[in-house]
Design a protein around this ligand. Structure first.
Ligand code: DGJ
Length: 725
């Protein structure tokens, strides 16, 4: 049993293989007791939560001892003796904002209920149990369900919160965190993934100190700048050792991840929808479901934490048929042609790419309406027959006849002011009437808080997909949300727009990915502007960044791998000088970087010299050899590009027989120091052989001495592929 309730001591135990999450009742208060290493039983709550009277605290009576400010709480609300940031805050019809939840009941469910309308993890063949802990506020009649699902073998716990208004007057939810954990101590570093467009998800680690640390997005998307991931780690935690407590939100919109150190040096961490500019009107009888958060604790360092996320996301989050299937190598025409292409050019690319061993031809932006540049036609989803006289179906057939699959780009959420769709529906985009709506890439965002717009998109995109032999869809989104307002919502629901947009988007994605279950979907948002676990539920891979430079990508992919597996990261070799940052690197180095993800190309193969074409074909052959290990093996980060001149990682197949290692350096160092890349988790006595480099070594030698990594040139790299003998 993963979930146990000790009736006598009033304690809940949520056990995974290696961890425990424990909470219980101090009188009527639900307190957090432990999240960490497996702990089968505690002696008493009083022992684990040493509460006592403290100066300047508040109590219900003179002889009372419990001040909520002084103890770790499970789901703190506003308006009582806890004066820290609450997990839940609402305003009621009488204008007051106090909530006091008390225990009503609980049930333990075998399995995991779905989250209606929101992405969620699910059970495959593993053991999962769910605790539904019901609390109630007597005065306001709000019922809250704290939902915990325990993935016992995966060492992960998911949490979400459902609120039901059982009263007869409305309540306004102002803040609803999906998870809150109060930890004793503050000697932690906080780790987040921050960046910008074209340098997404860089690792950001700093010491935690008194006050509040917040990583959030107010952009209507999880964003390039921040990611819905947060961790606090012991100061000595490295890839291999130390304690890490982490949270990742399955959500693609405005989120907040907050860490707060209080006066007694206790750390409160939480994650949820961003409370900034958020207000949800919960009418009598209505229910609000928060997004789901995944909680991972590891006492074996940051690397073990990542491998837990990787396994969970591949197996229990990505619901696509492709989740556990080897993915095809693709070529995308974007950087080859931009908007300047026709059927002949695409077929020329496909024909040559097929010869090199590419499996999927993807047609990017510019195939519809009058879209010859990025200033118009978003929303005009009819084929441009000047470029494609035989339509998408005709082109797809010809690509299929070459023995390749065909994929197509969409940006369903956008509308250009210069489009037929806009001329027909000027009220279909996010806007505040009477105010300027600002353009981003010459487009607005469609109002997905409006059901009519969602239904239209399901219909129009569905019809195109149905009309041709399409095996892959790239789903792009190229601006953030500004001037937020929905013409479809009443005044008192305007602050619901950003979340309703996400619900609308998820509804569309649900409909299309369910109907077209044989299609491989890849999400994208101007590169990696929406690389999050919410998207991965519907679409099992994401274009990691528009920056395809082989050196910048080391940082982007290394950072992304903290929470997301390699198989989810679209990762391509592009031309040099690189189109984004104009750097020239060797084909080999671009390949080494790209081969750690979901591999493909983004270049004009028709202009390639024979020598480069040969290299490309070689890389494809090589990737086909290693891809199963990369896509479904365990990843070990060996050298961090955030800490020096080198990057290295290892993928170990689940059966332990194949080891793929990528090593790269940034700059050459004249007569540089000796530097070895040491492998992880191999069998010490086994012999491993790398045919490409003709190296035979024992597991012990690979782990203890490692592979020499000498930087001879700027931007150099080397790969090894060992097989256990
Ligand atoms: C942004 C994407 O990230 C690119 O890969 C490409 O699809 C363009 N949009 C097309 O407009």
């Amino acid at each position: 049993m993963a979930i146990l309730f000790d009736e006598k001591k009033k304690i809940f135990y949520l056990h995974t293989k290696k961890t425990s999450y424990i909470m219980g009742f101090l009188e009527e208060h639900l307190v957090h007791i432990h999240w960490g290493k497996r702990l089968n039983e505690i002696s008493s709550i009083e022992q684990a939560v040493p509460f006592r009277r403290r100066n300047f605290s508040h109590y219900t009576a003179e002889n009372d001892q419990i001040c909520l400010d002084n103890i770790p709480q499970e789901y703190p609300t506003y308006g009582n003796t806890d004066l820290r940031s609450p997990a839940f805050h609402a305003q009621y019809a009488d204008g007051t904002t106090i909530t006091a939840f008390r225990y009503v009941s609980h049930s333990i469910i075998n399995g995991k209920p779905e989250l209606d309308g929101l992405p969620h993890t699910f059970r495959r063949d593993d053991k999962v149990e769910t605790l539904d802990l019901v609390l109630f506020d007597e005065k306001t009649k709000l019922e809250v369900h704290l939902l915990y699902s325990v993935f016992e073998d995966k060492d992960a716990i998911t949490r979400s919160v459902k609120v039901v208004n059982t009263g007869d007057v409305k309540a306004d939810i102002k803040r609803i965190m999906s998870a809150n954990v109060d930890l004793f101590g503050k000697e932690f570093d906080v780790i987040s993934l921050c960046g910008a467009t074209q340098r997404e998800r860089y690792i950001n680690r700093s010491p935690l100190t008194f006050g509040e640390y917040r990583v959030d997005s107010k952009r209507g998307a999880s964003s390039h700048m921040r990611n819905p991931f947060i961790a606090v780690a012991s100061k000595y935690a490295t890839e291999d050792v130390g304690e890490v407590y982490s949270m990742n939100l399955l959500y693609s919109g405005n989120f907040t991840a907050d860490v707060y150190v209080d006066q007694y040096g206790m750390t409160r961490m939480g994650i949820g929808i961003n409370d900034f500019d958020f207000n949800w009107k919960l009418d009598a009888g209505e229910t609000f479901q928060s997004p789901e958060a995944v909680l991972v604790y590891s006492d074996e360092g940051i690397g073990a934490m990542s491998r837990i996320y990787h396994d969970l996301y591949r197996e229990n989050l990505c619901r696509s048929k492709y989740a556990m299937k080897v993915r095809p190598i693709l070529i995308n025409n974007w950087e080859a042609t931009y908007f300047d292409f026709n059927e002949e050019k695409i077929l020329e690319i496909a024909t040559k790419a097929k010869k090199a061993g590419v499996e999927l031809m993807v047609l990017d932006d510019g195939w519809f309406g009058k879209r010859n540049n990025d200033e118009c036609a978003m929303g005009d989803w009819w084929v441009n027959t000047e470029k494609l006289p035989n339509g998408i179906d005709g082109l797809a057939e010809k690509v299929e006849a070459l023995g390749m699959k065909f994929g197509l780009w969409f940006e369903p959420e956008a509308i250009s002011p210069d489009s037929d769709l806009y001329r027909q529906h000027p009220d279909w985009h996010i806007q505040v009437p009477g105010r300027t709506t600002h353009l981003g890439r010459s487009e607005y965002l469609l109002d997905l808080a409006n059901d009519e717009v969602c239904d239209y998109l399901i219909d129009v995109i569905g019809n195109i997909i149905r009309s041709a032999k399409i095996s892959y869809v790239k789903w792009d989104m190229n601006r953030n949300m500004t001037d937020i307002g929905s013409p479809a919502l009443p005044a008192d629901r305007q602050r619901e727009t950003a979340h309703r947009y996400m619900l609308g988007l998820y509804k569309i994605m649900d409909a299309l990915t369910s109907e077209f279950e044989d299609i491989l979907f890849e999400s994208c948002s101007g590169g990696g502007g929406r690389f999050d676990a919410g998207m991965l539920y519907y679409m099992p891979q994401t274009w990691a960044s528009d920056n395809s430079d082989g050196i910048n990508r080391l940082l982007i992919q290394y950072g992304t791998s903290l929470a997301y597996p390699a198989v989810t990261m679209g990762s391509h070799v592009s031309a040099v000088p690189n189109h984004q940052i104009h750097r020239t690197t060797s084909f080999k180095t671009r390949y080494t970087t790209a081969s750690m993800g979901q591999f493909g190309f983004e270049l004009d193969i028709t202009k390639m010299e024979d020598e480069e074409f040969e290299k490309m074909a070689e890389c494809i052959k090589h990737y086909k050899k290693v891809r199963e290990t990369v896509q479904f093996g365990d990843m070990y980060r060996l050298l961090s590009p955030f800490e020096g001149n080198y990057a290295a990682w290892q993928f170990l197949s689940k059966d332990g027989t194949q080891v793929y290692i990528c090593c790269s350096n940034v700059l050459a160092v004249p007569n540089g120091p000796y530097n070895f890349v040491k492998c992880r988790n191999l069998e010490p006595d086994a012999i491993y052989y790398d045919e490409d480099n003709d190296i035979r070594m024992s597991g012990a030698e690979l782990m203890s001495i490692g592979l020499p990594h000498l930087e001879i040139r700027d931007f150099d790299s080397k790969t090894y592929f060992f097989k256990k003998q």
